[in-house]
Design a binder for this molecule. Sequence first.
Ligand code: R5P
Length: 320
Amino acid sequence: MTHDVNRDLVVIAGSTHRGLAERIAALLECPVGRVRYNRFSNENLKVCVEENVRDRDVFVVQTSCPPVNESLMETLILIDALKSASAGRITAVLPYFPYARSDKQDEPGISITARLVADLLVTAGANRVLAMDLHSPQIVGFFRVPIDHVTAIPVLCDALLHTEKSSERVVVATDIGEAKDAGRFAASMKLPLAVIDKRRSGDDEHAVPTSIVGDVKGRHALIVDDEIATGGTIMEAAELVRSMGAASVEAAVVHPVLSGNAVERLRASSLRRLLVTDSIPLAPEKADPRIAVVSVAPLLAEAIRRIHTGKSLYDMASRR
Ligand code: R5P
C-alpha cells in the first residue's frame, strides 16, 4: 500500500492526554479532529469519528496511563474507527508505550505483552508508530510496520541548562544498565558521570545500591532514568548519593509514571527537584512544588512534521 504524504494532516486525541494532543496540533497549525466517545453501562466503549479523515494523514496521540488497560482498548477501538472512516494513513503516537516493561520472557509461561500490544496496534489498523524513550530498544523489533523511536533526553538537558548553571554537577546512572543513556546525557551537558553499583544479597530478589563508581562528593548530583514508577530506584539512589557526600540531589526522568506512593516517597526524600516530561499527564493530586514538567509537544510535533513530509528523523532518534 502506498501513501501520499502530502495530503492533509490531522491530529486525533485519545482521551488519555488531550492537553498534549492540543499542544502538538497548535504547533503543527492543524486541527484536533472531532471524535465522540460513549461509555455504556456495560462498560463497552463506542468511538465515533466525526471529522472527515478520508484519505488524510492521521496522527493519533494516546499515552499509557491509568486506567492502563481501558486506555489501551480505547486506542485500538479509535484506530479501528479511523480505518472504518477511510483514513489514508494512521500513525499511533505513543509518548509512553503501553506495557513497555513487559518486553522479555523473564520467567517461563508469561506473555511478552509489549509484543502483543505491537500486534494489536497493527491489527487495529496502525500503519506506523511514533514512540518515545521505550524502556528497551527491542520493542522496535516487535513491529512489522515502520516505527520511529525518538528521545526526549535533549529536551530534559535543555531545560536543565536553561534553569540553572552549575559546573559542579555530576550525572548519576541508577545502575550499570542505565550507564549508556546517562553517559550520553552527561556528554551533552559536558558533565562527569558516576554509576551506581547494585548488588543482590543472598536470595533476595531486590538489588540494592551499594557503591558508586565515580566522584560525587561535594557535587550536585543529577540522577537520570527513563521512568519513575514507584520511585524506589531513584529514592534509593538519592539516599546513597547523599551518604557519599553529594551536596544536593535532583533527578531528570522522561516518563513520570509515579505509581503507588511515589509522590509521598518523593516528599519524604532528600531530592531537591524531579524534572519530568509530559509524556504522561500528572494527576492534580500528584502535583508537588518539587516536580517540574517540561513539554515534549515540540519534539513530537517536529517528529510528526517530518513523518508527514517524508524527512529523516535520524537526529531525533533514540540510541538506546
Ligand atoms: C528500570 O529498568 C527503569 O529504568 C527504572 O529504573 C524503573 O522502571 C523505575 O521503577 P521504580 O520507580 O519503581 O523503581
